[in-house]
Design a protein around this ligand. Sequence first.
Ligand SMILES: *[C@@H]1O[C@H](CO)[C@@H](O)[C@H](O)[C@H]1NC(C)=O
Ligand SMILES: *[C@@H]1O[C@H](CO)[C@@H](O)[C@H](O)[C@H]1NC(C)=O
Ligand SMILES: *[C@@H]1O[C@H](CO)[C@@H](O)[C@H](O)[C@H]1NC(C)=O
Ligand SMILES: *[C@@H]1O[C@H](CO)[C@@H](O)[C@H](O)[C@H]1NC(C)=O
Length: 492
Amino acid sequence: MARLLFLSLLLHLFKSAISVHEQALTTPPLPILPLPSYSQLKWQQREIIMFLHFGVNTFTDREWGDGRESPKIFNPSGLNAGQWAEVAVEAGVSLMILTAKHHDGFCLWPSKYTEHSVIGSTWENGKGDVVREFVSATSAQGIDAGLYLSPWDRHDSRYGHDILYNEYYLAQLQELLNQYGEVREIWFDGAKDPKAENVTYYFTEWFSMVKELQKSINIFSDAGPDVRWVGDEQGYASDTCWSLINRTSLSIGNPDITNYLNTGDPKGTDWVPAECDVSIRPGWFWHKSESPKSLTQLLDIYYNSVGRNCLLLLNVPPNTTGLISDIDAQRLKQFHSAITTVFQKNIAAEEDCSVTVSSQRGGKQGGFGPENMLDSDHLWTYWAPEEEGREEYWVEIRGRNNGSVRFNVVRVQEAIGLGQRIQRHEIYVDGKLVIRGTTVGYKRLHRIEGGVVDARVVRIRISESRGLPLISSIGLHFDPFWHSKFTAGFRE
Ligand SMILES: *[C@@H]1O[C@H](CO)[C@@H](O)[C@H](O)[C@H]1NC(C)=O
Ligand SMILES: *[C@@H]1O[C@H](CO)[C@@H](O)[C@H](O)[C@H]1NC(C)=O
Ligand SMILES: *[C@@H]1O[C@H](CO)[C@@H](O)[C@H](O)[C@H]1NC(C)=O
Ligand SMILES: *[C@@H]1O[C@H](CO)[C@@H](O)[C@H](O)[C@H]1NC(C)=O
């Protein structure tokens, strides 16, 4: 008996040695440039982050202050940044960005370079520091902090003088990035009244200062370098959305920059993924008369931002008390819980479905099989087809024993650590074309227009790609909140 055991152990060892050996023979596909940095990959996986527009506008009921506001009006008597961070945690958010200075030039921290700040406010007799409270609260909740420092400054008299203003701006960047611990994103807003004074922003100097002071930060500006603007403020990305752009062509001057930023560029030489900024309310700042968007609207934004290879930067403005209004906090919680409801269950992985592919790199033992699309790793394990030259790349999902699968959302994700590749894809249900899509990127979500589908065979076909398509995850999901225009009987 012992001998038999020994023999079978030996056989087992022998077998695993063979499979290790065979795996080693299959060379993984080469990445295709450009590639995301480590910080950009971390950023992308956050999916939803939060913006906090807060400042003198909160008290004047305006969106763009003119810089002539008295600092005295800033008095959020019940300010509690801990509440902001709790709201973020309950919404599943891991990074919050605060407007340390908006266009009105009023600073939420006691800057040494201006009087126009919390120092002159009624709040805490001028001894308070909102940025400090913000970073302490985020770090206490284990979430990351980001800061917004408006380039356009309507208060400071140095604005209008290139060198003077850039020196002032760099000094404030130093304050924010030296004194408040780790900052994971810095936001350089491109907004400006076209009639305002001309100032050349010394972006090269700003960016190098930022990278010098913060090692794992992502820099947002209209055109990157790490994160780009999606080109609108509605939270909707373009149907085609590359994380690639050519930054050289941008600095030379692109006539249709918004459109270019919207879609990205399949020939782009730089990895600069897009961020979709939108407010939960009509305005960016809190206004008594406004209320938050409905759950349906927020889900629509989610599918059209995160579901189109972007990050959603959702603004939730604190009110004049210095707290996030309860109605916004409740709506965020609903939003988070709805997303969890839809995506926690992957029908393709859980209901004994069979997943087959057109071909697989290195054969059955190659290590690049369809099972890699069903595990929890959405970056580094992936399905890879045989080398190029094949006519067809597809994944097919079938119900158990030819039974049907019931879903209304299809999810496809690329192994973006090896580059963004897919240019065109289609989804067929029982042989019928239901979705015609373009880019995929980190995450692509399709809601089926016709409503709920009962399908025996779902095929995801990749019809055009930069090199081999590499798919890290697929999912079939059921969204109970999705009632397409063809389905009657549902109103919120
Ligand atoms: C800013 O510069 C542009 C281009 O040189 C010019 O057309 C515009 O009049 C200038 N604006 C101001 C306020 O000086
Ligand atoms: C990027 O843009 C620059 C400037 O327009 C151009 O010279 C270069 O060829 C572009 N690169 C690619 C790959 O298109
Ligand atoms: C701000 O929000 C908090 C929390 O919901 C609430 O208690 C407070 O009354 C609000 N302040 C105003 C001015 O609405
Ligand atoms: C599923 O259907 C296919 C094609 O109709 C058939 O070849 C196969 O035997 C069926 N499998 C099962 C488990 O019924």
